[in-house]
Write a protein that binds this ligand. Structure first.
Ligand code: FAD
Length: 468
């Protein structure tokens, strides 16, 4: 074996995974076909609350926040606005920050933790046997590891090599994308609008450049057709009622969005995460966020599978697909519903699409649920029947003994047992009895709560008890 895990693709999903694996002491090599100096073309702008929590539990959120702008609500379409200010999170907003900033921080962390990066290295094929996986790269060299994760995006070579299909369809064609300068700044940081079968979105890179994404139902032309700035301006005027004096475009393109999901996220020793496992339209800004949360779910399980006996390791790995595949399905459904609502003719059709995915209602609990879903703060994993209601939910950040917080305790990448204040070590529940003490953190809560929590390394509650 050259390493324990090969990660193919250094996008946000692969970078977060590589950092988690390396932090857990796993040997990991990342293979990326791009040259090191070339950053991924910025696509995502929206970093939602749960992703910020995930980054906080890796010591990166505060730095990212200095590179972006918090926005307290998201307008999804027509007049529907989802309020994020009441989210039960340290980050009650969506952070508008370009994807390359997220990637820069994740890469630095992975390198510091010991992950090995090989850029200019395109994976062309792979084979697997009972003990490991062998990949071939473009120059014909081979590399072998015990597991391999395909985080190589929508056109995943890894997915194709193991024969996992990617069923689905194109949901929107001929969207235009333009990076421009503006003569007039929009009033809001993030401007999204839909009107008369057209869509417009504009967000800042933070360095004077802006990205506009738009679509006009009447203009469904081939993707090869060049985009000119006047077409972009016209869509902006139709949707945002202003073209903000767009000028000096540095990048203009036309693209389509597909809605696809792999039916399984695992074939033997090969796993899929991020866009390699699911893609959908940019509506809702959920893609990068979902990919990072896949990675957070998988990292500690893969590290555990490498240490556990084969049978137990396989069961832990199976729980990755069991937990994340249904979430991917819901994300596709919600993003598709938002898109249909935004592009449908008239407010009634829009409302019908939105009601279909449960994101619009006058009822406050449904609106809160929608905010919980979009931000992913409300996403929970299944729990056994009759189990404590907190099991499977994400653990809220708590103040701990000694002035620290749960998110800080999670930075070690281990299980954290949070006991009520005053509990002494021998009274702590035996829940972690079988876990090596080097792999757990014991701590006490400082918020007066009586519940004892066993928190997984990805920040979800593994077990809970009403007292010490
Ligand atoms: C216009 C647009 C706007 C978007 N806005 C948002 C948003 O606001 N919020 C959001 O959450 N998401 C958004 N997304 C989606 C988001 O950008 C993706 O979901 C995200 O980049 C997926 O990350 P990933 O790491 O899984 O894959 P990718 O970012 O695609 O990374 C895959 C990596 O694998 C490498 N690679 C591919 N093949 C190979 C190979 N054979 N060998 C080696 N390396 C390989 C690639 O070079 C790439 O670096 C948007 C997408 C688009 C197109």
């Amino acid at each position: 074996m050259n390493t324990d895990v090969i990660v193919v693709g250094a996008g946000p999903t692969g970078l977060l995974l590589a950092g988690d694996l390396a932090t857990a002491g796993t040997r990991v090599t990342v293979l990326e076909k791009r040259p090191a100096a070339l950053s991924n073309l910025t696509r995502a702008f929206a970093v939602h609350a749960r992703s910020l929590e995930v980054l906080d539990a890796r010591g990166l959120a505060d730095e990212l926040i200095t590179k972006g702008q918090p926005v307290g609500s998201v307008q999804l379409f027509q007049k529907l606005t989802i309020n994020l200010a009441d989210l039960p999170s340290r980050f009650p907003y969506v952070l508008v920050a370009p994807q390359y900033e997220v990637e820069r921080l994740l890469r630095r962390r992975a390198e510091e933790a010991g992950a090995v990066f090989r850029y200019d290295t395109e994976v062309t094929g792979l084979t697997q046997d009972a003990d490991g996986v062998t990949v071939t790269v473009a120059d014909g060299a081979e590399l072998r590891a015990r597991y391999l994760v395909g985080t190589d995006g929508a056109r995943s070579t890894v997915r194709a090599a193991v024969g996992i299909p990617f069923p689905g369809r194109a949901v929107i064609r001929s969207m235009v994308l333009a990076d421009v300068r503006l003569a007039r700044k929009p009033a809001d940081t993030l401007t999204v609008a839909a009107a008369n079968e057209s869509l417009g979105f504009i967000a800042p890179f933070g360095d004077g450049w802006y990205r506009f994404i738009g679509w006009h139902g009447n203009r469904n032309v081939s993707e090869d057709e060049p985009v000119d700035l006047e077409e972009v301006r016209a869509i902006a005027r139709a949707t945002l009622h202003d073209d903000f004096g767009m000028h000096d475009p540095r990048f203009l393109s036309r693209f389509h969005a597909d809605e696809r999901q792999a039916p399984t996220y695992r074939a033997g020793r090969v796993l899929l995460a991020g866009d390699a496992a699911h893609v959908h339209s940019p509506a809702g800004g959920l893609g990068m966020n979902t990919g990072m949360q896949d990675a957070a779910n998988l990292g500690w399980k893969l590290a555990a599978a490498l240490r556990l006996p084969d049978g137990a390791g396989a069961a832990v790995l199976d729980s990755y697909e069991a937990e994340r595949h249904p979430i991917g399905k819901q994300v596709l459904r919600a993003s598709g519903g938002i898109l249909r609502a935004a592009t449908s003719r008239g407010p009634l059709a829009a409302a019908a699409s939105a009601v279909g995915v449960g994101i619009v209602s006058r009822a406050a609990p449904i609106r809160r649920r929608a905010a919980g879903f979009i931000s992913a703060v409300g996403i929970a994993y299944p729990r056994p029947r009759g189990a404590h209601p907190l099991i499977g939910t994400r653990a809220r950040d708590l103040p701990l003994d000694g002035g620290s917080r749960l998110a800080e305790a999670l930075r070690a990448g281990r299980f954290v047992l949070v006991a009520p204040a005053g509990a002494v070590a021998p009274e702590l529940p035996a829940a972690l009895g079988e876990v090596d003490p080097a792999e757990r953190v014991l701590t006490r809560r400082a918020d007066g709560g009586a519940t004892t929590l066993l928190v997984r390394p990805d920040g979800y509650v593994a077990d809970a008890a009403p007292a010490a």
